[in-house]
Design a protein around this ligand. Structure first.
Ligand SMILES: [Zn+2]
Ligand SMILES: [Zn+2]
Ligand SMILES: [Zn+2]
Length: 372
């Protein structure tokens, strides 16, 4: 995402900021205006950059735990912000290692929700669940056993709109150990959220829509393939599955559901990275030997761009970012390759998102008078 200016002093700040380092104003992000608001000079009402006030309050998770920097409409039915209201289980905060890890988890989750909001995806809570409409909720769990022997007993995953995350994933050393054991090029909290919410959107937007389901199967294969068997064969390491250019990651080779979740996550990676680059007006040079890069740079909006345009923009930018990381002795920022087959899968995801956004922004049908 783009960096946001402080509404008081215009300094560019990170998305996680709660007190502007430039002017010491208290700041909070208001998704309703896609910008930060501020409190300064003893003001008790939140103002935007132009000085306009709004009847918003800090998310209850900030009042109670100092863990969230989002604002919520004072008239909202819930005191929790658009990201925090989906929490079903928060971890046991009396455990000393937990508060710091939970804060990292919530910060990653807010970045996830920022993308979901900007993309216009539906975000029902469990309380708003209805026929064919699955709500989204999170369980963040402390796994005492994993702390002792390093073997997680609680698995990060998705089931029926509930995303479970083992708190151990917020411990950098443990997550890196798991990443190496799994031979993954990339493992982050944000990546977990983007992957797991991909499973949720499969249920929410594809599973109950016959046309979408057919289109999904044509691109990703038949998800009725035995999942347990696929899981076993994936981890048995019998060499039957290899990471080819047809898949965005090795994990995606396991089963069509995982392929979709990995591709959905990848779509969010690309959109967010390109929005960030665009926010800094980074010029995206063409690769040597290529004639055209981002031709219409100024008109490029990653939140609505199609998959080909995203991939074309990503190529030179990813190469440059990897080169920068290598010059700091860091691993590649973007350890992936966008083949045509992967771009075709991303195109399916991008079209699914567009369809969902258009369906939500369509005017509500006029309420009919019900005949007695
Ligand atoms: Zn400031
Ligand atoms: Zn919140
Ligand atoms: Zn998965």
């Amino acid at each position: 995402m783009r960096a946001f200016p402080c509404p008081n002093c215009s300094r560019l700040n990170h998305f996680e900021v709660r007190v502007c380092p430039g002017c010491n104003a208290t700041v909070g992000f208001d998704p309703a205006i896609d910008a930060f608001r501020f409190l300064a000079d003893a003001a008790t009402v939140w103002r935007d950059r132009a000085g306009h006030t709004a009847d918003v309050v800090v998310c209850a998770n900030n009042n109670d735990f100092q863990i969230c920097n989002w604002l919520v409409d004072a008239a909202s039915a819930t005191p929790l912000c658009q990201a925090c209201r989906h929490n079903r289980t928060i971890p046991d905060l009396s455990e000393p290692s937990v508060p710091v890890r939970w804060a990292k988890i919530e910060a990653a989750k807010r970045r996830l929700f920022y993308s979901l909001i900007r993309l216009g995806l539906p975000r029902e809570t469990k309380a708003q669940e209805g026929a064919g409409v699955q709500g989204l909720a999170f369980d963040f769990l402390y796994d005492a056993q994993a702390e002792q022997d390093g073997n997680p007993k609680i698995y990060t995953g998705h089931d029926g709109g509930i995303i479970t995350l083992n708190l151990i994933e917020a411990d950098d050393a443990q997550r890196e150990r798991i990443r190496l054991a799994m031979r993954e090029p990339y493992r982050t909290l944000l990546g977990h959220f983007r992957h797991e919410v991909g499973h949720h959107y499969w249920s929410r937007l594809i599973e109950n829509d016959p046309a979408q389901l057919d289109a999904f199967r044509a691109v990703f294969g038949d998800e009725r393939e035995d999942y347990q068997q696929a899981l076993q064969s994936h981890y048995s390491d019998d060499g039957s599955k290899i990471w080819t250019d047809d898949f965005v990651s090795y994990y995606a080779t396991m089963h069509p559901w995982e392929d979709f979740a990995e591709t959905f996550a990848h779509y969010l990676h690309m959109v967010d990275v390109l929005a960030t680059a665009g926010g800094f007006d980074l010029s995206l040079a063409t690769m040597p030997g290529q004639d055209e890069g981002l031709a219409e740079h100024s008109a490029f909006d990653p939140y609505t761009a199609d998959a080909r345009a995203l991939a074309d923009a990503m190529g030179p930018l990813a190469f440059a970012m990897n080169a920068i990381n290598r010059s700091m002795g860091q691993p590649d920022l973007y350890p992936f390759r966008l083949s045509n087959a992967v771009v075709t899968k991303i195109a399916f995801v991008q079209q699914m998102v567009t369809t969902a956004r258009n369906a939500r922004s369509a005017p509500e049908p006029e309420p009919h008078a019900v005949a007695a």
